[in-house]
Write a new protein. Structure first.
Length: 271
């Protein structure tokens, strides 16, 4: 029976105690601290798209490689967006390979990193090109830039998908190249750009002599070079030549490193 304005329904049963809701014998400690990343989004945030938490947005570890990649991906100061791109790239790499993504990304960047760069110098109407050896941080910087440049020509809507496929493709081609001749490998993307830079450096290489290092034909640079000792000039030249020789040996170039015994410092010639 229902009377207007008066609720005559029987009262609801009381809720069961907490001990019946817990299946195991684990004691609950209400004062125990729970990290924020283990908490699910609030019920009020699930209906709002702008405030909804993305469960697939795993924060990347504080790795120098990931920090450098985030800095190169970031545009207009949007660091959080770049960090999400790096996180989802790692997730896509794991989806494609079912393996830890960070070592795979590190190997791909290492294979795509060039060893030298070519610097152009203009003197009057003449332009000369000189190969310069890169440090480890510079090589990593150029390797990530080559990966991002190669992603522009790949099919895909999102950057993290294209970047993950480029990383996996590099490792697959490097693995396949181990059983092939160096000249038969069909490189593409970042590896093709790296091969082009190494070939350009080999064409524009300079041969170190005993008393001087012919860096360029510029008279000012030649005078500055003469002020250095012969050992310093030869060491700088040998560094560039050996760096190009070691990192170009995988591209099918016919290289022969010879140590000449007729000089004090010796010299290296690349044929």
């Amino acid at each position: 029976m229902r009377v207007l304005g008066v609720n005559t329904a029987p009262p609801a049963p009381p809720p069961p105690p907490v001990e019946q809701l817990v299946d195991d014998d684990t004691e609950l400690d209400e004062h125990q601290h729970v990290p924020d990343w283990m908490l699910l989004p609030k019920l009020g945030d699930t209906g709002n798209r702008r405030r909804r938490a993305d469960l697939t947005n795993f924060p990347p570890a504080q790795d120098p490689l990931l920090q450098l990649m985030r800095s190169l991906i970031m545009r207009h100061g949007e660091a959080a967006k770049a960090e999400r791109t790096v996180s989802r790239t790692l997730l896509n790499i794991f989806t494609l390979t079912r393996a830890p993504p960070l070592p795979i990304l590190r190997q791909a960047v290492l294979h795509a990193s060039p060893a030298v760069k070519t610097v152009s110098q203009t003197s009057g109407a003449k332009t000369t090109y000189t190969p310069v050896a890169l440090s480890e941080k510079q090589r990593t910087h150029y390797g990530i830039k080559l990966l991002l440049k190669a992603c522009k020509t790949r099919s895909g809507q999102k950057l993290e998908e294209r970047l993950a496929r480029e990383v996996v493709d590099i490792l697959q081609k490097v693995h396949a190249a181990q059983s092939m001749k160096p000249g038969d490998v069909n490189w593409s993307g970042a590896m093709a750009e790296k091969a082009t830079q190494h070939k350009t450096a080999m064409v524009q290489r300079r041969v170190p002599f005993r008393g001087s290092f012919l860096f360029t034909n510029n008279q000012q640079r030649w005078r500055q070079d003469r002020q250095r000792s012969g050992a310093e000039r030869d060491c700088a030249a040998l560094r560039i030549e050996c760096c190009v020789a070691v990192w170009t040996a995988n591209w099918g170039g016919a290289l022969s490193v010879k140590q000449c015994a007729g000089t004090e410092q010796g010299r290296i010639t690349l044929n």
